[in-house]
Design a protein around this ligand. Structure first.
Ligand SMILES: NC(=O)C1=CN([C@@H]2O[C@H](COP(=O)(O)OP(=O)(O)OC[C@H]3O[C@@H](n4cnc5c(N)ncnc54)[C@H](OP(=O)(O)O)[C@@H]3O)[C@@H](O)[C@H]2O)C=CC1
Ligand SMILES: C[C@H]1O[C@H](OP(=O)(O)OP(=O)(O)OC[C@H]2O[C@@H](n3cnc4c(=O)[nH]c(N)nc43)[C@H](O)[C@@H]2O)[C@@H](O)[C@@H](O)C1=O
Length: 318
């Protein structure tokens, strides 16, 4: 792609979108555009069509979505299904009709069956049933993958889907009801330490396993997909390594310096037992992660400490 190509990043203020913006700038791209959800509601088909028709971007990166952790996904099934379908359908169809050269769709590792063989290969898609806590979101994301695959197959266009594992990093959501586990733990241990090492309550049994990718590495994979025409429609993005939620808790407790008790709330769901990605396909194509988990957690905690005052206003209660 030419470094002057106009690239629209949908969701450019979110954790992933903002990291993609920084990474594209660092790679020399000069013509980036973005709109906040209050400027352009991507659920509005007419507004999206008008925007894409008037801006004529060469590339669209879809990092806009209704996103949340295990509890938000199970409490708001309709919003996680419908808003994601609306956002991605509007963007994909407008991109197709306006002859956008490249479209990058971001899904999630939860598209794969709950009890699929590990590590998860791209071809396991639609081979069994989904994890119930996030099947609504997963079905929307599977539809996005299939829409891009159909456009690719029927019209031979460069529409590609990247499936990130669980992500974390700067500009994450630290709201305790809607966040993912890693930012929730950082905040819980931090606040408990400040209150004199009070106990920290975490969710589920601590036995599920998760894989975590630092968001700036994720953004690098998007830049890689902008710079290269990938031969297939679907690629997993992750580290290929996972840990138990209990191990994650102990690691974060050490980074934060909390010394109190950890209580596991068995009333809260565990979700899928394991979702380790097979990341060999994107590695063979030429992309590999850089940031190890401990380093990424330390960097994210440093970011959290620096931005606490702003977070209080915007992201501690979404
Ligand atoms: N976080 C994670 O662990 C993972 C994320 N992903 C995927 O990565 C992508 C980005 O996620 P992430 O950055 O974490 O999410 P965030 O919640 O941080 O950002 C989502 C962005 O989407 C925008 N958005 C949401 N609804 C609308 C709407 N109706 N109209 C316009 N914009 C909207 C928001 O815009 P605004 O800020 O202007 O309101 C926001 O910037 C998503 O596709 C997600 O599914 C995949 C796997 C894991
Ligand atoms: C990215 C991915 O994210 C979601 O799936 P998830 O991985 O299950 O989500 P999670 O990060 O919220 O939890 C991971 C594990 O951690 C445990 N856990 C402990 N203590 C806390 C806690 O305090 N908060 C949270 N949120 N979880 C906790 C929790 O019980 C679970 O066992 C889906 O949105 C899905 O759609 C998706 O794509």
């Amino acid at each position: 792609m030419n470094k002057n190509s106009k690239i629209y990043i949908a969701g450019h203020r979110g954790m992933v979108g903002s990291a993609v913006w920084r990474a594209l700038k660092a790679d020399g791209y000069t013509n980036l555009i973005g709109k906040t959800s209050s400027e352009l509601d991507l659920r509005d088909q007419i507004a999206v069509t008008q925007f894409i028709t008037s801006e004529q971007p060469e590339v669209i990166i879809d990092a806009a979505a209704r996103v949340g952790g295990i509890l938000a996904n199970s409490d708001y099934p309709y919003q996680f299904l419908m808003e994601n379908l609306q956002i991605q359908n509007n963007l994909i169809d407008a991109a197709h009709k306006q002859e956008v050269k490249k479209f990058i769709f971001l899904g999630s590792s939860c598209i794969y069956p709950k009890f699929a063989t590990q590590p998860l290969k791209e071809e396991y898609l639609l081979t069994d049933t989904l994890e119930p806590t996030n099947e609504w979101y997963a079905i929307a994301k599977i539809t996005g993958v299939k829409a891009c695959e159909a456009i690719r197959k029927q019209y031979n266009k460069d529409f590609v889907s990247l499936m990130p594992t669980n992500l974390y990093g700067s500009f994450d959501n630290f709201d305790l009801k809607t966040s993912h586990v890693l930012p929730a733990m950082l905040r819980k241990f931090h606040e408990a330490k400040a209150q004199g090492n009070t106990p920290v309550t975490l969710w589920g049994s601590g036995t599920p396993m998760r894989e975590f990718l630092y968001v700036d590495d994720m953004a690098e994979s998007v830049v890689f997909a902008v710079n290269n025409v990938l031969p297939e429609h679907l690629y997993n993005v992750g580290t290929g390594k996972d840990i138990t939620i209990k191990e994650l808790a102990e690691t974060i407790q050490n980074v934060v310096g909390h010394e109190g008790e950890i209580i596991w709330d068995s009333e809260k769901p565990d979700g899928t037992p394991r979702k380790l990605m097979d990341v060999s396909k994107l590695k063979e194509a030429g992309w590999h992660y850089k940031t190890e988990l401990l380093q990424g957690i330390e960097q994210t905690y440093a970011w959290f400490l620096k931005h606490q005052a702003e977070l209080k206003q915007v992201k501690l209660s979404k």
